[in-house]
Ligand binder design. Sequence first.
Ligand SMILES: [Zn+2]
Length: 658
Amino acid sequence: MRSNTTALLLGLLGLPLPAGSRQATSTHPVAQAHTKTAEPEKQRTLSTRVVAYDIAARLDPAKHAITASETLIYHNLTGQPQKQFPFHLYLNAFQPQSTFMTEVRRDDPDYSWKPEHYSAIKITQFEATGMGDLTNRMQFIHPDDNNTADHTVMQVELPTAVPAGADVEFKISFEDQMPEVVARTGYLRDFYMIGQWFPKVGVWWKGAWNCHQFHHDTEFFADFGTFDVKVTLPQNEVVGTGGDLVSTTNNSDGTKTLTFHSEDVHDFSWGASPSFTDVEDTWTGSAGTVKIHVLMSPGNMDTAPRYVKTAKDSLTLFDQWIGPYPYDRLTIIDPPHGGFQAGGMEYPTLVTADTAWYMPKGALFPELVVVHEFGHQYWYGMVATNEFEEAWLDEGINSYTETKIMNALYGKSTSVGNFPFAQLGEDDSQRFTYLGRPDLDPLTRFAWLFYDDRSYGEITYGKTTVVLLTLEKIIGEDTLRQALHTYFMRYRFTHPTGSDFIRTVEEVSGKDLHWYFDQAVSGTEMFDYSILDAHSDPLKWWETSSHPSSPKDELYRTYVTVRRNDDFIFPVDVRIRFDDGQIVDEHWDGRDRWKRFTYDRNSEVESAEIDPDHQIWLDRNFYNNSYLVDADKRATKKLSNIWGFASQFLAQLFSWLA
Ligand SMILES: [Zn+2]
């Protein structure tokens, strides 16, 4: 989730950056395209189906409330008997004393409570088939912070354990009070985005229940399964969901009941509004045809073709680069004016976008949000990592693939903002995000344990992108793409970890990369290399009055010194230019604090530059990467190329904006 508003701001600022070449978009064939209809469902499913939810919900638009009954069949694949079952009750996060709101207020003491943001989910009855009514056995638990006022996780203890391999059926009645849109869910006027709205069982993972409280900076984690969802609401509502429409029934009371089915997913969400316009399209890829529904809010229709084009482009490039999209649908919900809190969010086969009626064509914000949220169908939807504990694996890898796709579609230097007077590319935009506060938290921190919301966002999104862009220098862009493809094909429909990702990259690249990942992923080492010195001196410096007749006969000793200013150790390339046009490329392992290169030549040094191909995006100061010797050959002074200067300037700007 989380729209990259920083990118938008920078794009709208429209500060100039020099052109870069359009990214090469080499592709590889998808190793094993999945076909949806080849085998009967019973014999082979995409995922190991742990859960089967059957939910019947009725929306009361007057009260912004939902009453629902849920039947959940949980398949005990934990390998041991289970007596305790924890459930997420996410909608209880939007209450003043919740952990979520406490963290919001901690990070922003100016945040004031808005009563219309109150929401709640209340379980009115809880049964387990064969065990009777267990409503009195429910209790709230607070595994993360002992905040007894937090009611986002409920646990129930069964009277008898569910044997390993057996199913247990829960029958749950619940009521939702929806908030005015906050944190991706709720209502605004006649618009509804219904997410995280039903009691959702935790995940048995690494030998224990994993069911964290809902925090300001955490997202979600759930097992795969099937969803059969009935939604009853007024007949004039236009509805979009993360499921296939199975049937529509008009009821005598003026409502209708829509029945949806979805499988091999781990969540189900829906949106509704009588004001939506349903823009339909289709796309066909290696796994078949995908029906696209874009539900547009009034006033935003100009953006509809941009959403559709971006969705199809994203489907195409993910299909080519990463792997097949195996679902037959994709729904994009466009929140109404003022509803940005509902925008920029991902659910399986349903995403929310974001735009504004005044969005100029050169501000590629609507495109960026769709590419980002669509990418989550892969990094979250199918590769279902634990977003509470390893957010970099979904938001970070997704921000990297978003960057590559935006660059491929809209040009490397113009993929965020493209105006006649200024351009901005996403590589730079992601780096500015990373530069905001690069040193407080490693990528691997549990999401709610980051220093604050800002550090979480800048590290999880920005730094992961920059870490992977810099990894391209070590293993190559094509190899990294191949590694992502392998990682996806191997771990889709499972819950892999950071170790699985790193192992896959090492395997595909054939390189031991622990030296890099230990610093870049698990560490907080800062990265800055600089040219400390570059100058030339006549070898016979004492013969001041006896210069040779031709200056070119004079021998000079040239010194170039490269310095590692920070703790991050990384091999660097250095390019040295002499005034006779000769170029010398050096390589330094970067282990010591500095390295001096010395040359005796008939020419003097003109410039020295670290990372001349501009691949080390982790370097937090580009300004000191190059050294241009002054033309008068006596003094040297630091100059930066325009690229480095502009980046540095924008980084400063960013720190004021964030
Ligand atoms: Zn995201």
